[in-house]
Design a protein around this ligand. Structure first.
Ligand code: GCW
Length: 678
């Protein structure tokens, strides 16, 4: 059958071993539901899923009595009311669930309604993967904030979106038809994402019109049954540009009153709104600095407005000056976040979370973690990841991102010389913060595949799973996703696993090596090679490449001092060339092209070799995928093939552009006589 990919990993395809599952319950009992509640949805989802996977039609009783053999799904409270005791109740945290599949009685008990729905999806995922053996366990989230951000513009375009126009906005307004928003919420619920900010951080104040607030209400109504709470991005200047005041100074009482009023109006229509996301004083956006107020003054204004409603303010740390001068050796965009935020630690209201991009620059193919994670001890923080691969091939290249995210989440920043993994900082655990978590920039669109590429959906899937449990292994999540998306054929599983697990290294090899950043065009498209575009402008993504040497000197002793923004144990590693890992060498150090790496190669020879190796790997993805012909439906087979052929070609464009650029610049021949042979 043709598959357009719309159902993603929720296909509920029949499992070949279904007959092994002998003890299938005979009915579904959804406890204390009202129409459109997450538990009601859980019941329906179980019914539909089991029908697809096992070919059995179960009835749903919204009733209070457990049949002799049924799947009971509900909250702890509802369960206790009906059946009395529930021993594991105290083990469950907010949004957590208990799943027991022993015998013919299946129990799926959520700490809240959302948890019950997550448990139902978990049970279905097990069945869909042929995991029939009895289990009993509790699963709790690693962090309370597990959100996605969607950079959708009001005109229906999507900033850095690669899958067609928005399904939230059109022509300046929220769309009429919210069906696809509900379908997306279903996908998000299945990976336990609990919040969605639907509009671009470069926000348009007209979102706050009465008509659009009504539209937000409709969207929230469509997603609420899936436990996904709506949030919005704000434009800091709205009181002036939209509200008609003559100022947007956060300490002006009229501005404060304006935000309180508009916030109350929104919460009247969306009582459970998740909160606000704010990009201020960054890349030309307005903010509190315009009035000499601090970023905390700005964030706290929104915090006061949302607090009575239980809302959260995600305040972005992506604040920097995009007009810095490269002729000053000490200038460094990577220093900006810590410089802007370090003196504000402890000055944010309790419902503010500082949302920090994973690295100090901007979603490059390899960056160290942002030092800001270790600077803020009295402020809640969240990590911002990009599921939409803006600098990483924009879904025309296969790049499985989970290994990159894990590398950051598992990084130990050694704050106060104590274990301080990024994952334990953002969860709130390390510094005992009440809030924290992750925000993934996804940018799904109207394209049936959601992201523009079938294979890219492993990124969305693993984003949600890691937000819930960052200890999961990349390959394990990938294979769950493959089974759910493409089935059980061993060759299919092995091949997609191999392609995906090799993909990040391949992309890094044929784009930017040794921590020099991605080397895409940074002025416009962020797609395709353009190493020359990095330097000579105010964006600060510099390489400082000249005829002899390359790299940013971020040392304290001779450079921008960025290495010194890390806690001492980490700072020492990055300050010294000898201890800096090769893959971040040029991030922290400026060296000659002839500098010897730990591998024994020179920097320039590594550039040449890596580019040839990366492009060679990308060539192999084509025959690998072709070997699956007949094992995958034609539609998905040919759509993926098209992308792999493109990637193979484009990787050669990358290889040649970058190798020749540095060959010209340095005048140093390639020892293997490939690059200088034209
Ligand atoms: O990565 C850059 C992007 C911009 C984006 C900005 C940000 C939404 O190129 O498109 O703007 O970061 O994250 O604010």
């Amino acid at each position: 059958a043709a598959e357009d990919g719309a159902s993603a990993w929720l296909r509920y395809a029949p499992v070949p071993q279904a007959s092994n599952y002998r003890s299938l319950p005979l009915s579904i009992v959804a406890l204390n539901t009202t129409t459109s509640s997450p538990v009601h949805i859980a019941g329906k989802e179980l019914q539909e899923g089991i029908k697809g996977i096992l070919g059995k039609e179960l009835s749903i009783a919204d009733g209070t009595k457990r049949g002799s053999s049924s799947i009971v799904v509900g909250t702890i409270d509802a369960y206790k009311k009906t059946f009395g005791d529930f021993e594991e109740a105290d083990d469950l945290e907010e949004d957590g669930f208990f799943l027991s599949t022993v015998g013919q009685n299946v129990r799926i008990i959520g700490q809240n309604q959302r948890g019950a729905l997550y448990g139902a999806f978990e049970y279905l995922s097990r069945l869909a993967q042929g995991k029939f053996s009895p289990v009993t366990y509790v699963s709790n989230p690693h962090a309370p904030i597990r959100w996605v951000n969607e950079w959708n513009n009001m005109d229906g375009s999507i900033e850095r979106g690669y899958a067609g126009p928005s399904f939230f906005f059109k022509n300046g307004f929220v769309v009429e038809n919210v069906t696809r928003a509900a379908e997306y919420a279903r996908l998000l619920a299945s990976i336990r994402v609990n919040g969605i900010v639907i509009n671009n951080v470069n926000a348009n104040a007209t979102l706050l019109s009465a008509r659009n607030i009504e539209g937000l209400g409709r969207l929230a109504d469509a997603m609420r049954p899936y436990g996904v709470q709506l949030g919005i991005s704000l434009n800091f200047a709205s009181p002036q540009t939209f509200g008609g005041l003559n100022t947007f100074d956060p300490l002006d009482p009229s501005v404060d009153a304006w935000w309180t009023n508009i916030t109350n109006q929104i919460y009247k229509r969306v009582p459970d709104m998740a909160g606000y996301l704010v990009k201020a004083n960054s890349e030309g956006q307005p903010g509190p600095l315009t009035y000499n107020r601090t970023l905390a003054d700005g964030a706290n204004m929104f915090a006061r407005a949302t607090k009575p409603h239980g809302g959260v303010v995600m305040f972005r740390a992506f604040v920097y000056d995009n007009h810095i001068n490269e002729s000053n050796w000490k200038n460094d965009r990577a220093n900006a976040a810590v410089e802007f935020f370090k003196n504000l630690d402890g000055r944010f209201d309790d419902n503010v979370v500082v949302q920090i991009k994973f690295g100090p620059i901007d979603f490059q193919v390899r960056e160290p973690p942002s030092p800001l994670f270790s600077t803020l001890h009295n402020t809640s923080t969240a990590i911002e990841l990009q599921v939409t691969p803006e600098y990483l091939g924009q879904n025309c290249h296969l790049v499985y991102l989970s290994p990159q995210w894990k590398e950051i989440l598992e990084f130990d920043l050694r704050a106060d010389d104590k274990p301080s993994k990024v994952k334990d900082i953002i969860s709130g655990e390390r510094f005992k913060r009440p809030l924290g978590g992750s925000a993934g920039v996804v940018n799904v669109g109207t394209n049936a595949t959601w992201l523009g590429s079938h294979l890219a959906m492993s990124n969305l899937y693993s984003y949600g799973r890691l937000a819930w449990d960052p200890s999961l292994e990349s390959e394990q999540m990938l294979q769950d996703w493959i089974r759910l998306t493409f089935g059980f054929d061993r060759k299919v599983i092995d091949t997609i696993t191999e392609m995906s697990m090799k993909s990040r290294a391949a992309y890094e090899n044929y784009s930017g090596n040794l921590g020099i950043q991605t080397l895409t065009d940074i002025l416009y498209t962020h797609f395709g090679p353009n190493p020359a575009s990095q330097d000579g402008n105010g964006w600060g993504q510099w390489t400082r490449a000249d005829g002899f040497s390359i790299g940013m000197d971020r040392t304290v002793k001779n450079g921008t001092g960025n290495a010194g923004q890390y806690p001492p144990a980490v700072a020492r590693v990055f300050e010294n060339i000898e201890t800096t890992p090769d893959n971040l060498l040029l991030w922290f150090h400026h060296v000659n092209y002839t500098h010897l790496l730990k591998s024994g190669k020179t920097v320039i020879q590594h550039f040449y070799d890596a580019h040839y190796e990366g492009a060679a790997t990308a060539q192999t993805f084509v025959p690998m995928w072709e070997s699956l012909k007949g094992k995958i439906d034609n539609q998905r087979y040919s759509e993926v093939l098209f992308r792999q052929v493109f990637q193979a070609g484009h990787s050669i464009v990358w290889r040649d552009a970058i190798s020749r650029f540095y060959n010209n610049l340095s005048g140093i021949p390639d020892q293997a006589k490939r690059v200088n042979n034209y």
